[in-house]
Each structure stands twice: as C-alpha cells, then as structure tokens.
Ligand binder design. Sequence first.
Ligand code: BGC
Length: 369
Amino acid sequence: MRKYLKIAAVLLAMAMTLSLAACNTDNVTTSTGTGTGTGQKIGISMPTKSLQRWNQDGENMKRAFEEAGYVVDLQFGGENEVPMQISQIENMIAGGCEVLVIAAIDGDAMTEVLAEAKEKGIPVIAYDRLIMGTDAVTYYATFDNWRVGEMQGQFLVEKLDLDNAEGPFNIEFFTGDPGDNNINFFFDGAMSVLQPYLDSGKLVSLSGQTEKSVVATPGWSTEAAQARMENLITSNDYAPDKTPLHAVMCSNDSTAQGATNALVNAGFNFRDFPIITGQDCDVISVINMLAGTQAMSVFKDTRTLANKVVEMVDAIMKGSEPPINDTTTYDNGTGVIPSFLCEPVIGTVDNIQELLIDTGYYTEAELGM
Ligand code: BGC
C-alpha cells in the first residue's frame, strides 16, 4: 500500500511540475466579470506560479471577484522575480486598476511602485504577506501567522511528549525566504513554544543552527531546503542506525518536502522518520502525510482568504468599513496596518478526509487515495 502511495506521490509530483511548468509560460490572465457588480478593474499580483498555493489563491480570487461583478487583471511574478512583479504592478496602475491586491515576493521592494499607486488614490491590500516600509498599504488580509508557528511548535511538544519524556531529542529547523515578513511570525511563533525546551536541553540542535537568518530558505525553495538537509545529514551523521533525528521544524510544505526528500534518500523510512511540520496542505505534502513521512501541515483555506478580500474590496468601493479583526499586530514600519486574520487549522492524517476532501478542497483522486 505504502509502495503504491509512494509511486502515486512521485507521479503526482511529476504531473504537477509539468502543469506548473506549462502555466509558467503564461503569467498573465485578464478577464471580464459576469456578475452583478459595477465592472471595476482589480489588479491581483501573486508572487509565483511555481508553488501550488499561489496558483490556488490567484484562481480563487479571480473566481470570487468575477462572481461579484469585477474585472480581474491577475498576474504572477514568474519564478519569484521581483522586477517582473514590480513592472506588472506598474502596468496595473497604468491600466486603470482601481484596487491592488498584492502578495509581495520581497516585502521590502514595493516602496517606489506603491508610491505611484498612492498618488493615484489606489487602495492597496497586502495579501497574505505584509508589505513593509510604505504608507501606501491600506489593509492587510492574512491568516494568523503567529498562530501557525505556535501550532507547529505545540505539535512537536505533544508528539515528542516533551513535558514527560526524558529526551534529549535532536531537532533541526527550516524557515522561509528572508524577504517574507511572515517568517518573523511563523518562526518566532514556533520558537516561542520550543525555545524553553532548547534552553533546558530537552531539545538539541546538533548543528547549532537555530537562528532565523541561518535556517532561512531563499525563495522558500524545496531544492535549497533539500540541499541544506543533505548537508545537515552528512555533517551530523544523522542516520537511522547512527545518530537519530527526532524532529524537523519546517515553516511550510515546500521546505518540508525538501527535508523529506533528503531524509528518504538518506535511508530514513516511515518507521524512523523524524516528526516533520509544514504549512499549506500542498498536494505533495498531504500525500507525504498519507505515506507516513510528513507528520502535519497547517491548513489555510485559500477560499476563505479570497472571499474575505472580496468583502474588503466591496466595502472599499462602497465607502463602507471593511472587515477588520486586528489593529495591533502588523506594523509595517510606517504604522499598524488594519488587518483581517483568518484562522489556521492543523492538518494530519487523521483529519484529511473532513478537512480537505469533504470540504471539496481536493478530490480523493488528486491525493491518490
Ligand atoms: C505563505 C505560506 C507559503 C510561503 C511560501 C508564505 O508567505 O504564508 O503559506 O507556504 O509563503 O510560498
């Protein structure tokens, strides 16, 4: 059974790579709304087509905005290419978009282009990732990012039974791109739970790599995470019959997949696999959960976030108050940005059915079930 799941995982990964590669030839989708709205044009700028989640976010928003009667200009920044994203936003401004919804590749690189938006009175919604250092950001819509990190930390505390078991347990850490403000919440949120156990010696990082800047992964790249995990395996002699590795705290699924690949290649199998955390419930990671390698992911239903952003834009257009539930947490350096935080949920092999299949997020066939 596990063998078939593994084969299914590989085939699916190949199919996804192919379909994502096919998508990469087309970073732009412009379409006309068919709903009952007023046909105003909304610019949606997503960071990349190379990760599953941004394709889903983009498509979910496009659908929701069109259903609400808007015209959508949806663009993807190639393979996380900052200049491409900036020029796409410039085109959206020049092309008459009345609101911009942006998931920035580099949250610090938007100051100039958003000054143009501000000058033209175009509201900007930072989507999922906060855009830093500019007063042009009107609202922020995201998930509770600190909570995501806390959930990953708490999961490890429970699974390793850190409050009762003797230990020590070996752990390594992976977080995401240094230009993504979210890592300050994901990683620090996880560390707020795990640091006491590192301090007491119950958790040990043999590599000594526990600083956010050291465990960051450029572009959230699976390949970069895999290469770093390979180095960690070699330099610390991690192997099922040598030095055990009990846990790998990964801030998201793309990094978890890199760590998983390296561990599988090094001979770890589901019986001695470290407890690996993740985030997004990407198809590949869910398949890994079913196969018994990745232990958990944090599910952030992109449909919920997309609908919330449509509500925000609707309110802006009507001159009413958009939904906001946090006015203290997210300061982008120019002041706190009023935010709406959606609730993340833990995903494990035990609730995949209710969470992902019954809600129509994936079909069983997509997950090789
Ligand atoms: C998002 C995560 C995602 C990561 C890599 C983060 O900003 O919040 O959901 O896994 O970017 O794309």
